[in-house]
Design a protein around this ligand. Structure first.
Ligand SMILES: [Fe+2]
Length: 347
């Protein structure tokens, strides 16, 4: 993934010099001439680092820095505040505004690149550490959600395998890998009583449950390495007919990678034992997927392609936890009642 640096500088000549220097080092460079342009571009482009001059036509660089840092999506993005004429108090103000570094004089190209590289390396390290913390978090959620701790890993592996069979490109495959791992991380805020409830959720419980895609997106948004998977995390409960959540997207508004992930996720959930039902054998799980496609929820063409992939490949594809229950547990969960087995198919 190319590293993008945003230079916020009102001076066209100086901006051009920075662009030439940084591009020569392999960075993608975008330039903003005003504070408002920088705030807007940061939202759409999500640069990896911001080099921010203090004197801008519409607002001071400190104000831009404060506003950038107020957005959770930019909280981990390093900002260098470059002052035109500095004194010591400027450095303190820059740190208080959230800047990662303060340049009180014009650095030599070597010094500038060296400090910029250091910040980016530190950022990569923080991202990696944060990702590993979040991964542990997803495993603890799975344990509370009556999965066996491997659901997300299976969804991730199988989503990539499915994506490859669909001919998806490298970025989509990486998004599927990450999205599979982190799609349900937003469940961290859901009480265990709801996650492990044996039976249908009531209105209030469902409302709490439907918040998890947005919460998950908010948790993952500051991390660069998870950025491409944000649409999968936010939209994995959308339905083609618009009846899904959180945004009620229709048809092609739901990206292909999201539609693929949904099918893999639901199939793995159906073939796993849950607190509210037993696992289904693969043919029955595929029937549920076809039924959901007939209702207009899932992409029927993709369900067929997924079925072609997994049928006959069961030995090489891990699906569900399939731990199976003894007779007393079967009776407890009403295993002989198909309606009870299917009353919550969602993952
Ligand atoms: Fe979910």
């Amino acid at each position: 993934m190319a590293v993008t640096v945003m230079v916020v500088n009102a001076d066209p000549r100086s901006s051009a010099d920075w662009k030439a220097l940084l591009s020569d080092q392999g960075y993608d460079v975008i330039v903003a001439r005003t504070g408002e342009a920088a705030l807007s571009l940061c939202t759409s482009v999500r640069p990896d680092l911001v080099l921010l001059y203090d004197l801008l036509p519409d607002m001071h660089g400190l104000e831009v820095c404060r506003r950038l840092k107020a957005d959770p999506r930019n909280r981990l993005t390093p900002v260098i505040l470059h002052a035109s004429a500095a004194d010591r108090s400027d450095a303190t103000s820059a740190v208080n505004a959230g800047a990662a570094d303060f340049w009180g004089h014009a650095p030599s190209p070597w010094e500038a690149l060296s400090r910029l590289h250091s910040l980016l390396h530190l950022q990569t390290y923080i991202d990696e550490q944060a990702e590993s913390v979040l991964l542990s978090l997803t495993q603890s959620i799975e344990a509370r959600d009556s999965f066996d701790g491997s659901h997300c890993a299976r969804v991730s592996n199988n989503a990539v395998r499915f994506g490859k069979s669909l001919g998806l490109g490298r970025n989509d495959l990486e998004a599927l890998r990450i999205g599979g791992l982190f799609h349900d991380i937003g469940k961290i805020g859901i009480p265990e009583a709801i996650l492990s409830k044996a039976g249908p959720l009531d209105f209030e419980e469902s409302k709490i449950m439907t918040e998890h895609p947005v919460v998950g997106e908010q948790i993952c948004a500051p991390l660069k390495s998870l950025r491409h998977a944000l649409p999968l995390i936010r939209h994995h409960h959308e339905r083609l007919d618009g009846s899904g959540y959180p945004d009620g997207l229709h048809g092609d508004q739901i990206p292909l990678a999201v539609r693929a992930l949904q099918i893999v996720d639901i199939c793995d959930a159906l073939t796993s034992d849950r607190s509210y039902r037993l696992n289904l054998p693969l043919p029955s799980a595929l029937m549920v997927l076809y039924e959901e496609a007939d209702r207009g929820w899932l992409d029927g063409e993709l369900v067929s392609q997924f079925a072609s992939l997994v049928v006959g490949s069961e030995g090489s594809i891990a699906l569900g936890n399939r731990r199976g229950l003894g007779a007393p547990e079967m009776a407890k969960w009403g295993a002989s009642n198909p309606a009870r087995r299917l009353n919550r198919s969602g993952a």
